[in-house]
Design a protein around this ligand. Structure first.
Ligand SMILES: [Zn+2]
Length: 356
């Protein structure tokens, strides 16, 4: 596809989602949501607010043209990488016993497959920004002096000009709201896939979405080493932490309540674990090749969400922060949809508070 066709497709996807929102939620709120395209040469999206929390919402989601183009090119390159099988010897060792995919789709369906991955990746980015907006995270952040503005900018680490110096409480608020926006986005996409697809098509959409989500997070991460983290610092959690938070949600959501079975799919919990592991690992290796990285950055591949040193403490801070701001969010949020709001089970709370 030419760059212009990619932009056209992205515009169509966003128009469809914003039209639906303006005919539904935003109509009820007597407000409006619209898209703003930017020409900055970086991978970046943002959520902006042109209203106060007492008034009907005027919300904007911004995206650079380059974000759409880079995402599509990453998908095409990853498709080629899997088809070529350059790292299959590594997958054979790492994923012993798992018959991992040797192609993302049969070759004649390449463009169709890439477009589908692109649409689900873009949709996730859109819903991440929408999560910030419907929960009025910009307003919440101003209460804690995370930022003077209610705008929220999400960009890849290599493109982050204003690598900020947030620390302490302000950083914790920023991280917790990022994780809440990720949660909102993932639940929105997983629900949408269930609503729109079934059986084989549903399985293939789930696999595509898992792969493209890993691509988005590695694009955010770049070829940096993981930095040991015990408390939030800066505006965003490290992308690998975000990916590690998100993948188990996919497994949990689809392996409970017979959701997939009801839609004619036999995908088991083990299948979901295998596909999330393979996608994350293969995208990590792909990213090293794509970036022509000469060495292996430290702790570059996915681990369990609590496995990295310091992660228990980190997540405890996030949970306590979320518990503190959630009542404030409840007062100003534009959408009452508990299923898409970040939550922590009693069991998880016990794990985080054990031995501390
Ligand atoms: Zn964000």
């Amino acid at each position: 596809m030419e760059d212009t066709e990619i932009i056209e497709l992205a515009s169509d996807v966003f128009s469809k989602i914003t039209d639906d929102l303006n005919d539904g939620l935003y109509k009820e709120l007597k407000g409006n949501i619209s898209i703003r395209w930017g020409t900055k040469r970086c991978f970046s999206a943002y959520a902006a607010v042109g209203s106060s929390v007492e008034d009907p919402p005027k919300h904007y989601i911004g995206l650079t043209y380059d974000t759409a183009i880079m995402l599509y090119r990453d998908i095409e390159d990853y498709y080629g990488y899997i088809e070529y099988g350059a790292d299959n010897d590594k997958f054979d060792i790492m994923l012993k016993g798992y018959d991992y995919p040797k192609e993302l789709s049969p070759e004649p369906q390449k463009e169709y497959c890439c477009k589908n991955m692109f649409i689900s990746g873009l949709t996730w980015i859109f819903f991440h920004e929408l999560g910030h907006l419907v929960q009025e995270h910009g307003y919440i952040r101003t209460l804690y002096e995370c930022s003077e503005s209610t705008d929220i900018v999400d960009c890849a680490s290599n493109d982050n000009e204003n690598s900020n110096n947030l620390k302490g409480k302000a950083s914790a608020i920023s991280h917790a709201t990022e994780i809440a926006a990720d949660y909102y986005a993932i639940m929105s996409v997983l629900n949408a896939l269930i609503r729109h697809f079934e059986s084989d098509e549903l399985e293939s959409e789930i696999k595509s979405f898992i792969a493209v989500l890993a691509l988005v997070f590695y694009r955010f991460h770049g070829v940096n080493s993981y930095v040991r983290t015990e408390v939030p610092e800066g505006s965003h959690p490290q992308p690998l932490i975000r990916l590690e938070n998100t993948m188990p949600l996919i497994v949990e959501f689809y392996s409970n309540f017979g959701i997939l079975e009801d839609k004619g799919s036999n995908m088991s919990r083990l299948d979901l674990i295998n596909i999330t592991s393979w996608s994350s690992f293969s995208v990590g290796l792909f990213w090293l090749r794509k970036s022509r990285s000469s060495g292996l950055p430290e702790d570059f591949f996915l681990l369990g969400s609590l496995q990295r040193p310091g992660m228990k403490n980190y997540h405890r801070v996030i949970m306590d922060t979320w518990d503190e701001i959630k009542p404030k969010i409840d007062q100003v949020k534009r959408l009452d949809e508990p299923l898409s709001e970040l939550k922590f089970t009693d069991q998880y709370r016990k794990i985080l508070h054990k031995d501390c």
